[in-house]
Each structure stands twice: as structure tokens, then as C-alpha cells.
Design a protein around this ligand. Structure first.
Ligand code: NAI
Ligand code: COI
Ligand code: MG
Length: 362
């Protein structure tokens, strides 16, 4: 029996259309093999949506996403829209999508692939075997807290304000995702905060500590975010699962990318309590290389694999895509961001073709 899935594609801006095209081709190939029919619908978000409609997340786009089984997003943003006020920028579209779909949990795995150890910025002995999952809270914290804005003070000076706030229930629900994930992985959860300074982090630490009583099989530790950034680069193998807030998770997952060789390799899954998830690379729209066929499409392809696994409950084709990525790297194929001496330098499209060849041969 053929399984049908409705997938919303959000190419967004910059390298988005280049990398999403590769992921769609990959999905079609594995779909054929596993009797899965994808019905793809493209919708606007970010700068592309602003140019077409004046809004970073048109109501139409959110409706299309809500009515699909899963959403595959590339990235939004670019220089062209940088001078717009926050609420009209492409980034507001992304935050609106996450909030609109209730995607409070962002899973960001950072796993070192043996084929890419030489592409890492760190020494082999530091990164070999690294396998970290960052569980980032995605619909709260300083990206959403109120008040926010640029206000005028009594003296006429401008004052920029953002608010980092978490309720106990928000902390508890993301904490549970962290504990459950740690339980299925290496059994260790590190909660990252800034409880030495921030009240919001003191509440965070308190709630996570209480929650630990329900997970006696998980070893919980706490770390301040500044130390966590340093430890990630100094001794990343001490980490198994990290649970943290929106801002800290955003920053730490980019740092973790450099353990794995490039941000062009890191996928993510954004999930809510119900409804479709959004699957997107950790990186942004890379405007500096957009339109040049230089982007690494593998983070997007691996996000499609996460979509199959977490969004559609299709682990077998997900495994096959991940295996295909390992094999194409094993052959020595590399985009510029993960290039090392003696390897074959490919553009985005050629990397896509190389991967399709590997998958079709399976
Ligand atoms: N989820 C999203 O849609 C995100 C959007 N952004 C937006 O993207 C725009 C650019 O932001 P940046 O800070 O420059 O971050 P970025 O992640 O787009 O780029 C940082 C660096 O990594 C490189 N890079 C990123 N993805 C790559 C890939 N697949 N292959 C090869 N190289 C890659 C870029 O060329 C650049 O040198 C901004 O407008 C930002 O707001 C940033 C992060 C996430
Ligand atoms: C608009 C930003 C919050 C996007 C970002 O940097 C991310 O989600 O990693
Ligand atoms: Mg980020």
C-alpha cells in the first residue's frame, strides 16, 4: 500500500531554494523505494514573503503548514531586509511559524561523522566519538518575552528592551523532552543556564532539579552557559544531552556545529505537543554564498531524514538517507565548507547528484 504525506516546502531566502531542491530529490528517490508518495506544496516565508506580500509569514503560509503532515524549511533572512524593524523582518516570520505551530522543542543533534574528523576545527582526539543532542526551548525566552521594543526614555534617549522570561510549565515541558531524550541516549542530561545572575535561570534550575526526581535513571548536571560554551570546545565528549533555553540553545548549537566540521552538516527538528513539526537546518540563509552553487545541502537532506523519523514515523527511509550521506562522504565528495586536501570539491547540485547516485544504487 502506498503511504501518502502532504509536505509543505518553505525554501525561504538565500541558499534556501538550492538546498531544498536537493532534499526534495532525495525524498523522491527514497519515497519510490519505500512506496511513499510525497505531495509537496510550496509556501512563502521570510524575505521572499515580504517581497511578494509585505508580510514575513502570510496567513496563507501558516494555514498550508497547519494542514500538512510535516514542514520542510530551508532558511530565511538576508542583507536586503536587514534595516526593517524587528516585527517586519524575515526572522519575525520564522518566530511566528514556530509560535503558530506551538513548536516548543527543538532537537539539534551534533554528531561527529568519522569521515569528517579532518574537517573539524578541533583535534581528532577531542572530537572523535562526539555525539551530542542539544534540546533547545523554542517558543519562549528572550526571543518572545515582553516587554520588547525600542523605547524612548524621559531624557529622549532610545532604550532597546527584550525580556527573558519562562514560566514553570514552559520549563517543565522542555525539561521532560530533555530527560526523555537523555534516557534513550547516554543517560546524561546537562541543563545549561545562567543561574548565577538571572532569576529566570534560577527558576529554570529549580524546576529541572525537581523534575529529575521523576527520572532517577538520568544523571543530571547543571552548567552556566559561559562555561558550557568553553567546555563544548575544550572537552565535548563530556556531553550527552543538553537542555537549555531559546537563546543559549541557539548559540551553543552553532558552536557545536564546528565540532562536526561545518554548520552545513547540522539538521534540526522542531516539535510541538501535536500537529506538524518543522524540519530545518541549524544554519541560516548564508547570503554570502547564495546563488553560487556553493552551499552544502547535507544539513537540509539530514533535516529531511529527521522529518521522516520524527515527523512521519518512517525510520527506515530516514536511516537510508543518513547512510547515503555517510557513503557519499566516504567516497571523498565534499562541498567547500567541509573540504580537506585530497577530496573532491563539488557544488551544491553536484553533491545532490552524487547522493542520489549512492541512494539509487542501494
Ligand atoms: N533558521 C533560520 O532560518 C536562520 C536564519 N538566519 C538568518 O540568516 C541570515 C544570515 O545569517 P548568518 O549569521 O550569516 O548565519 P548563516 O548560518 O546563514 O551563515 C554563517 C556562515 O556559515 C556559512 N554557511 C551557512 N550554511 C551553509 C551551508 N549550508 N553550506 C556552506 N556554508 C554555509 C555561510 O556561508 C556563512 O559564512 C540572517 O538574515 C539570519 O537572521 C540565521 C540563522 C538561522
Ligand atoms: C531567527 C533566529 C532565531 C534563527 C536562528 O538563529 C535559529 O533558529 O538558529
Ligand atoms: Mg541560530
Amino acid at each position: 500500500m502506498t503511504q501518502n504525506y502532504r509536505i509543505t516546502l518553505l525554501p525561504g531566502d538565500g541558499i534556501g531554494s538550492e538546498i531544498i531542491a536537493v532534499a526534495v530529490n532525495v525524498l523522491k528517490v527514497v519515497g519510490k523505494k519505500y512506496n511513499i508518495q510525497f505531495e509537496f506544496t510550496e509556501a512563502l516565508i521570510g524575505g521572499a514573503a515580504i517581497d511578494a506580500t509585505g508580510e514575513p509569514l502570510p496567513a496563507d503560509s501558516l494555514d498550508i503548514c497547519r494542514n500538512s503532515d510535516a514542514v520542510l524549511l530551508a532558511a530565511i533572512g538576508g542583507y536586503k531586509w536587514d534595516s526593517l524593524p524587528s516585527h517586519l523582518r524575515p526572522e519575525a516570520g520564522l518566530l511566528g511559524l514556530r509560535a503558530g505551530l506551538g513548536l516548543f522543542a527543538n532537537l539539534r543533534p551534533a554528531k561527529i561523522l568519522p569521515q569528517l574528523i579532518d574537517a573539524s576545527s578541533l583535534k581528532r582526539e577531542v572530537v572523535e566519538g562526539v555525539d551530542i543532542l542539544v534540546v533547545r526551548e523554542l517558543t519562549g525566552g528572550i526571543y518572545f518575552g515582553k516587554p520588547k521594543g525600542i523605547f524612548e526614555t524621559e531624557t529622549g534617549e532610545k532604550r532597546g528592551v527584550n525580556t527573558m522570561a519562562y514560566t514553570e510549565s514552559e520549563i517543565e515541558r522542555i525539561g521532560r523532552v530533555g530527560f526523555e531524550a537523555a534516557r534513550k541516549r547516554g543517560g546524561k542530561l546537562c541543563s545549561v543556564d545562567k543561574a548565577n545572575v538571572l532569576e529566570v535561570s534560577q527558576l529554570w534550575r529549580d524546576r529541572i532539579t525537581k523534575l529529575a526526581q521523576e527520572y532517577p535513571d538520568v544523571e543530571l548536571s547543571h552548567m552556566y552557559v559561559d562555561n558550557a560554551a568553553m567546555q563544548l570546545l575544550r572537552a565535548p565528549k563530556q556531553f550527552d544531552t543538553i537542555v537549555t533555553g531559546n537563546l543559549f540553545g541557539d548559540i551553543l548549537s552553532d558552536a557545536a556545529a564546528m565540532l562536526t566540521g561545518s554548520i552545513g552538516m547540522l539538521p534540526s527538528a522542531s516539535l510541538g505537543a501535536s500537529g506538524p513539526g518543522v524540519f530545518e537546518p541549524v544554519h541560516g540563509s548564508a547570503p554570502d554564498i547564495a546563488g553560487q552553487d556553493k552551499a552544502n545541502p547535507l544539513a537540509q537532506v539530514l533535516s529531511a531524514a529527521m522529518m521522516l523519523r520524527y515527523g512521519l514515523n518512517e525510520p527506515t527511509p530516514a536511516d537510508e538517507i543518513e547512510q547515503g550521506v555517510l557513503e557519499v562522504l566516504q567516497k571523498g565528495d565534499r562541498t567547500g565548507d567541509i573540504m580537506s586536501p585530497g577530496m573532491n570539491l563539488l557544488g551544491c547540485r553536484a553533491m545532490g547528484k552524487a547522493l542520489i547516485q549512492v541512494l539509487e544504487a542501494k
